[in-house]
Write a protein that binds this ligand. Structure first.
Ligand code: PGA
Length: 280
């Protein structure tokens, strides 16, 4: 019997080939994730209270087959880490420094994030690319540092409205991945979650259609396959982000290459965030 095998799924008359195929499929099944990105919202007290209510909910009703992550501002990390320990919800930061330590006033290193108990960090969010001029080279440096510090990275990519209108969205995302991510080794890629976030959909109320999301996710998986092979491509989790909400989550998540979501605005409302997790 396969550990964790859903009761009644395997048929008693299967031959060895069918059984092995089933086991391999289970083994290679991708991790499904819903990550909340709080951005620069909530003071410490509000954040801890909110994290506690999310933790309580998922302790009583564990998310079936998916991982839930809260990506908080730096100041919340330690407190939220204590609340989530040893719970059902993982913790992430939203950024890290591009240097490992030293005289970099105001920065927070990947190792410091790791020391709070966080397991993830978001790198390359479009708000970092746009407002803080973070380019692919810098994001690559941060990604390598984060992985070397023991963190998993949620690496964001996505085109702006003009690029999509000009039909350049695939080329833009390809460049972001090639320059930001594809210097990693196959081993390092196991620590990566990719988040496709069309910039025109972030916080705007505009959402990519499920078909637009699927087209891009399928394309991204193909790029990973070309560079790292089939196994890596099948295993990598690719999230959609951009005005994802309870009313559209289920349809977007139903697409075969969409493995969950990176949620901004709707992650700040308990009911909405939970509804999105449950849609997955
Ligand atoms: P949004 O943000 O859900 O508010 O559009 C998503 C994100 O920026 O990660």
């Amino acid at each position: 019997m396969v550990v964790g095998e859903p009761a009644g799924k395997r048929k008693s008359n299967w031959n060895d080939y069918q059984t092995i195929k089933y086991i391999l499929k289970q083994y290679y099944m991708r991790k499904k994730i819903v990550a909340g990105n709080w951005k620069m919202n909530m003071n410490l007290e509000e954040g801890l209270k909110f994290a506690k209510s999310i933790e309580q909910y998922f302790s009583e009703k564990p998310p079936a087959g998916s991982e839930v992550i809260l990506c908080t501002p730096f100041i919340h990390l330690q407190g939220v880490s204590e609340i989530l320990k040893p719970g059902k919800v993982a913790l992430g930061a939203q950024n890290c420094a591009s240097e490992s330590s030293g005289a970099f006033t105001g920065e927070v290193s990947a190792a410091m994030i790791k020391s709070t108990g966080a397991q993830y960090v978001i790198i390359g969010h479009s708000e970092r690319r746009t407002y803080y001029h973070e380019d692919d080279r810098l994001l690559n440096k941060k990604t390598v540092l984060a992985i070397n510090s023991g963190l998993n990275v949620i690496f964001c990519c996505g085109e702006i409205k003009e690029e999509r209108e000009a039909g350049k969205h695939l080329i833009v995302v390809k460049r972001q991945l090639e320059d930001g991510l594809f210097t990693l080794s196959s081993e390092e890629m196991k620590k990566i979650v990719i988040a496709y976030e069309p910039v025109w959909a972030i916080g705007t109320g505009l959402t990519a259609t499920p078909d637009q999301a699927q087209e891009m996710h399928h394309y991204i998986r193909g790029l990973v396959r070309e560079k790292y092979g089939k196994e890596c491509a099948e295993q990598i989790t690719i999230l959609y982000g951009g005005s994802c909400k309870p009313s559209n989550a289920a349809e977007i998540f139903s697409k075969p290459d969409v493995d969950g979501g990176l949620i901004g605005g709707a992650s700040l409302k308990k009911e909405d965030f939970i509804a999105i997790v449950e849609a997955l």
